[in-house]
Design a binder for this molecule. Structure first.
Ligand SMILES: NC(=O)c1ccc[n+]([C@@H]2O[C@H](COP(=O)([O-])OP(=O)(O)OC[C@H]3O[C@@H](n4cnc5c(N)ncnc54)[C@H](O)[C@@H]3O)[C@@H](O)[C@H]2O)c1
Length: 279
């Protein structure tokens, strides 16, 4: 197999779950641009294979079917990557669903369980099998997808918020063990960016309204894209981040930093005006 020698991920082999769409697909593209070969793992096997074909086929990318909540699928996906490319250096554990929604009093247990199966058991199984293939190499980078909903309440549903908060804890916990094998574990916490998850395909007028709302909620005044998240994942996956492990990076245009509430800094609050009791 030919390996690219140019780029920030030159020569590395990566596996991306949920790689057939949205943030995962954008990251797969960015990885290939930066010289990595990619295993695109998705529950939609045909879509994963078709993205792999578009990227240039088996010298560069292969697509595999994988339900991240099923251990034999996850194990087989990592094994397929090792067989095709010799090793896995980078695992981006990103597959996700919105899952259970609505008031907690009406949340069905089956929906809660499925949400946590995909969003928490999935990353656990991904880390487990990434560790299996990375530990003997003594190197590796694992990146998980949390969410701003994992860093503050009231942004996502109860199950989604719980799951994405668990991802932050799992990132720290796994980092604390796997550092002894030279493996770094980090997460990204995206703000809202347009993907099939946030802008369901089919109704173009509705889709445009949602895209406009997403752009309007950006404190920086620019609409975020899956590529903005992918660029952070490239950094965390590359040797530029060799001294970074256990962190969750918000990629949210400053939303969680209070970017939508910046009135203080426009002279409307006591921190700026110095007037006691002005809060
Ligand atoms: N889009 C956003 O605004 C946003 C914000 C914060 C976090 N996230 C997170 O980003 C990740 C990617 O979401 P996206 O927005 O790109 O959505 P998306 O729907 O475009 O992509 C998700 C991908 O995951 C795949 N998938 C779903 N269930 C799976 C399973 N059980 N096993 C394997 N693959 C599965 C889907 O087929 C799809 O290709 C998710 O973890 C999501 O929670 C998204």
């Amino acid at each position: 197999m030919s390996a690219q020698t140019q780029g920030r991920l030159a020569g590395k082999v990566s596996l991306v779950t949920g790689g057939a769409s949205g943030i995962g697909e954008a990251t797969v593209g960015a990885f290939v641009e930066q010289g990595a070969r990619v295993v695109i793992a998705d529950v939609r096997a045909d879509a994963a294979r078709s993205v792999a074909k578009e990227l240039g086929g088996p010298d560069v990318a292969i697509g595999v079917g994988m339900d991240v909540s099923v251990e034999k699928d996850v194990a087989a996906g990592f094994d397929a990557g090792v067989e095709a490319f010799g090793c896995i250096d980078v695992a981006f554990l990103n597959a996700g669903i919105l899952g259970a929604s609505g008031p907690i009093s009406q949340t069905r247990v089956e929906d809660w369980d499925r949400t946590l199966d995909v969003l928490v058991k999935g990353p656990f199984l991904g880390i487990k099998h990434a560790a299996r293939v990375m530990e003997p190499l003594g190197r590796g980078a694992i990146v998980l997808t949390s969410s701003i909903a994992g860093l503050a309440g009231g942004i996502g549903s109860h199950a989604y918020t719980t799951a994405k908060t668990a991802v932050v804890g799992l990132t720290q916990s796994a980092a604390s063990e796997l550092c002894h094998f030279g493996i770094r574990v980090n997460a990204v916490a995206p703000g809202t960016v347009p993907t099939n998850m946030t802008v369901p395909p089919g109704d173009e007028a509705m889709g445009q309204r949602v895209r406009d709302m997403i752009a309007a909620s950006s404190p920086l005044g620019i609409a975020g894209s899956p590529r903005d998240v992918a660029d952070a994942v490239v950094y965390l996956s590359s040797d530029e981040a060799r001294y970074v492990s256990g962190v969750t990076i918000a990629v949210d245009a400053g939303y969680l930093a209070g970017g939508t509430k910046g009135q203080f800094h426009k002279g409307e609050g006591h921190m700026t005006t110095g007037i006691a009791g002005d809060n």
